[in-house]
Design a protein around this ligand. Structure first.
Ligand code: PLP
Length: 415
């Protein structure tokens, strides 16, 4: 194929016409007249998700409080059922996953359970490129153990402000570390960390490890059980398309069932006995044991339909198309936008096994570029100081849309 053919819209159209996931786009609602490339921040509403959301509203309308216990989908079991369904996305047993709470609160709950500092092992290892909420949570968890975050929260530094050096992370898992908390995919650059290798390294040193997989579940397949991950948290409003503030997830490896949750609440009780209302807490022998409050039934209603759709498409197929789309975007940027007068560069790893689902476009006038893109109704996000994140989603974007935004950027000359 000649270079001009590779760069023409015809190639994009050809890839769309043979795309095995192409028909899923018709199952989503897209904001009018826009090219939506922001599913890494908020995934779109699907018809499937709208259907389950409306069904739950009907249940509420018709059953009132009885919705908890009767009907085809009693709400009392919803959190566990959604966990069972999501388990295959992360390579877990059905009882190791539950849809509950919100990501930051879930992180608090699991860190307060698994961070048990001793004389010898008392530090948490995290990194300076994680999403800030995780670091805020870890700082307060250290303080809650009467320790000093300046001394007991070690942050792996990045040499270039974009990527983390995985061998450095491994070197920093030293004897004094009690717990490691890392993001699977860095929210700015999109670097995907080697979850398996780092988990193995931590375990070889007798250190527990938990992952924040908010930027990878729904777009990257995971094998938590096989990799021996101790626990994980993730949100469902990004690549899982469950809606703003939708219920989040936790994974707890079965080997830790029986460990006492540090933040107990009545929905973590053994399900069959929860309504005996005893004052002595008996924890469920599953990830459900880490639930605290009544599940948000409306907050997880759209999640049910969204999850069906993801499972129907298949996570391996989603990953394959996502990688193909991000590779195509990076190719066009390198070919058409990397030189004068455009001067864009890619701030995301090119190797498929080192990147998640989004691409970081770097430009010294990124904010101005972002404003221009919004004027063209290209929905994306800007991350200061110089990053525009573009996320082509396997289930609701086309190759032609990628081609279009590159041509918009090509025509956009700096003011
Ligand atoms: C890695 C990561 N963790 C957590 C959050 C936010 O958590 P919460 O749902 O508690 O607001 C985000 C938000 O984008 C995130 O990127």
């Amino acid at each position: 194929m000649s270079n001009s053919e590779e760069l023409s819209v015809n190639l994009a159209k050809k890839m769309d016409s043979t795309d095995p996931l192409g028909h899923f786009k018709g199952r989503f609602f897209t904001p009018t007249d826009s090219i939506y490339l922001n599913g890494n921040s908020l995934g779109l509403l699907s018809k499937d998700a709208a259907t389950t959301l409306l069904r739950v509203m009907d249940e509420w309308k018709n059953l009132g409080v009885q919705g908890w216990g009767i009907g085809d989908n009693p709400w009392f079991y919803q959190a566990e059922k959604l966990g069972e369904k999501a388990a295959s996305l992360v390579g877990a047993k059905p009882e190791e996953v539950v849809a509950t709470g919100t990501t930051t609160v879930n992180l608090h709950s699991l860190v307060s359970t698994f961070y048990q500092p001793t004389e010898e092992k008392n530090k948490i290892l995290a990194d300076e490129l994680n999403f800030p909420t995780d670091i805020y949570a870890l700082q307060s968890q250290v303080k809650l153990k009467n320790l000093d975050p300046d001394k007991h929260l070690k942050l792996v530094k990045s040499e270039d402000g974009k990527f983390l050096d995985e061998s450095k992370i491994k070197r920093m898992i030293t004897k004094d570390v009690a717990l490691v908390i890392l993001p699977s995919v860095l929210f700015r650059s999109g670097q995907l960390l080697d979850i398996e290798g780092i988990t193995e390294n931590a375990h070889n040193k007798d250190v527990l490890i938990g992952w924040d997989c908010s930027h990878s579940v729904g777009v990257v397949p995971h094998k938590f059980d096989e990799w021996g991950v101790d626990f994980a948290v993730w949100c469902s409003y990004k690549y899982m398309n469950a809606g703003p503030g939708a219920s989040a997830f936790i994974y707890v490896n079965k080997k830790h069932f029986g460990k006492e949750s540090a933040l107990t609440g009545w929905f973590g009780y053994i399900k069959e006995k929860q309504f005996e209302m005893n004052l002595h807490f008996e924890q469920a022998n599953s990830a459900g044991g880490w639930q605290i409050s009544s599940p948000s039934i409306l907050g997880s209603a759209a999640l049910e339909g969204a999850l069906h759709l993801t499972l129907e498409a298949g996570i391996e197929q989603i990953r394959e198309k996502s990688l193909k789309m991000t590779a195509y975007l990076m190719f066009l940027v390198d070919e058409l936008l990397s030189e004068e007068p455009h001067n864009f560069s890619i701030g995301t790893p090119k190797e498929p096994n080192r990147r998640g689902g989004h691409v970081a476009l770097e430009h010294k006038e990124a904010f101005k570029v972002s404003v221009q893109l919004m004027k063209h109704n290209v929905i994306h996000d800007f991350r200061p100081p110089n990053i525009i994140r573009i996320t082509p989603c396997a289930l609701n974007n086309t190759y032609e849309e990628i081609w279009k935004i590159v041509s918009i950027l090509q025509e956009m000359l700096p003011e």
